[in-house]
Design a protein around this ligand. Sequence first.
Ligand SMILES: *Cc1c(COP(=O)(O)O)cnc(C)c1O
Length: 472
Amino acid sequence: MNKDKLSQLPAVDRLLAQPALADAIARHGRQPITDCARAELAAARELIRAGHAAPDTEALAASIVARVEKLAQPNLRPVFNLSGTVLHTNLGRALLAPEAVAAMAVAATAPCALEYDIADGGRGDRDSLVEPLLAEILAAAMGEKAKDFAATIVNNNAAAVLLVLDSLVKGKEAVVSRGELVEIGGAFRVPDIMRRAGAKLVEIGTTNRTHAKDYAEAITARTAMLMKVHTSNYAVVGFTKTVEETEIASIAHEYGIPFMVDLGSGTLTDFARWGLPKEPTPQDSLAAGADLVTFSGDKLLGGPQAGIIVGRKDLIARIKKNPLKRALRVGKITLAALEATLALYRDPDRLAQRLPTLRLLTRSEHDIAAQAERLCAVLADFAGETSQVSIEPAMSQIGSGALPVERLASAALVVRYEGKRPGKQLAALEERLRALPQPVIGRIADDALRLDLRCLDPADEVRFVTQLTDAS
Ligand SMILES: *Cc1c(COP(=O)(O)O)cnc(C)c1O
């Protein structure tokens, strides 16, 4: 009986000759379709042995196409970030401007002058691709003084901190306030990085209060640096005291040691211009007397993953001589994206339109609420009959450690279920949203699924609606 059914299954060659598979073969190649056909036939044989009917050739062809399409999907897939956190580390942080994307494509596909001086035909330095632009941006805020600074670029800000400590503090001590011994998501801990760099951490002050005299009293012949870390993902409030950067700088300089600031996010422009909360800038720290500042490329800067070190020329020169710099350096594609992103800062008037991350951060609550009105019915259809979908005010987070207590007024689509076991229905809805061709990432809290629409670019709205209606 089963033998009969097994013999009804077509041979691989006959399957591959199906018109339905011609298109798939043209797109994916003969080998993957052959592999998928074998796998589907094997699965069909299993089913037949278990007593099921033999699938017809058409059904087999369809499941082969489905299998190969799934196989061809990249692992790094785009999602809709409706989590309410704009710079979401697990979702890739900043989105690049088209100018940066275009520059990456050029760098990726043509030989380029990465370490080649076109003017004299000699060897060049990859840092010099972005150093003048950084100097230009610093000069806009601090004038002539910007000339005293140089820059070097590494893989990320964690690498920047590691490299600075390894270059300047190794075997000696760095002084940090207890209020700033932060852990950033993904296991960046200031004390751990210090240990890896061979720097001895000297903690001063208390969790809530550190005074200028704490810095001065900690300095000995072994001290190689005073360090300040931007407390980027929490805020100490109440009875607190921190020491101004100008004051730490003057103590450091009195003893002839450098002062470094790990800014974390570090926007290069004044956010107040767009009504956003004030975030410290590298310009502020350098003007206050910091000798070195480190910050990320893919946080508020809105560029690619990178760590940027700017500061005193002599210190940057020492850092660049460290063999670890070679291990932590960035590639041409990152530098291309960073250069193009920095170039956009020349025209601050249009920055909020051109930098996608800034565009999302500056979207008005009114604009987001209007978008929620447009999408409410579509989501209700997708969520099913027993769902209740409402539009509610939301507070977006900037994320990645920028401005931890500040929130941006936004609007969310909120789904609740009536009746028994709403939690189960919510979990099922959340899973269906994640299973869409472009997964939708929301957040379940207080017996509701919340989709904060701040990061749904209006340009992507049609695609969002289409996939929900197709799956309803
Ligand atoms: C984010 C952050 C880091 C780590 O930066 P990455 O670019 O993620 O490596 C380090 N220090 C501070 C203060 C930060 O906010």
